[in-house]
Design a protein around this ligand. Structure first.
Ligand code: RB5
Length: 144
């Protein structure tokens, strides 16, 4: 199960991502802001990331205007490794090397076509482990 969340600046990109997930038969839980609503990105980031840290969802996608505010808020939560990315290479390697469990991007930055490519690589790339696991453990140690 994938968690997805957005603020009012990213309703249409969130919908495009949900349509993509539907087309692939990937199950998700939408925590996001709907059409005509207003919501603050830190509140949505908290709700969505807690679905990941509780084990309800395995990964999450957070969308706001830029993706930056969502990633800043998400990375305050223990156990979350959120990456704000708008290119394929960064998404691929944040999975391979950083074991990112949350992907953030912005409706004002990326189009729906690119966003769905980013989601696909995020969901299908496995963490490499090995020497990268030692480094990810060091990220986790910074939470203490
Ligand atoms: C909302 O206007 C905007 O500030 C928010 O979506 C996001 O871009 C913050 O990082």
């Amino acid at each position: 199960m994938i968690a997805i969340g957005n603020d009012h600046a990213a309703v249409s990109l969130k919908k495009a991502v949900c349509e993509y997930l539907d087309s692939k038969g990937i199950s998700y839980k939408d925590f996001g802001c709907g059409e005509g609503e207003k919501c603050d990105y830190p509140d949505k980031a908290k709700e969505v990331c807690e679905a990941v840290t509780s084990g309800e969802c395995e990964k999450a996608i957070l969308v706001c205007g830029t993706g930056v505010g969502m990633s800043m808020a998400a990375n305050k939560i223990k156990g979350i490794r959120a990456a704000c990315c708008s290119d394929y290479f960064s998404v691929k390697f944040t999975r391979l090397h950083n074991d990112a469990n949350v992907l953030c991007f912005g409706e004002r930055v990326v189009g729906a076509g690119l966003a769905t490519e980013l989601v696909e690589v995020f969901l299908t790339t496995e963490f490499e482990g090995g020497r990268h696991a030692t480094r990810v453990d060091k990220i986790t140690a910074l939470e203490k």
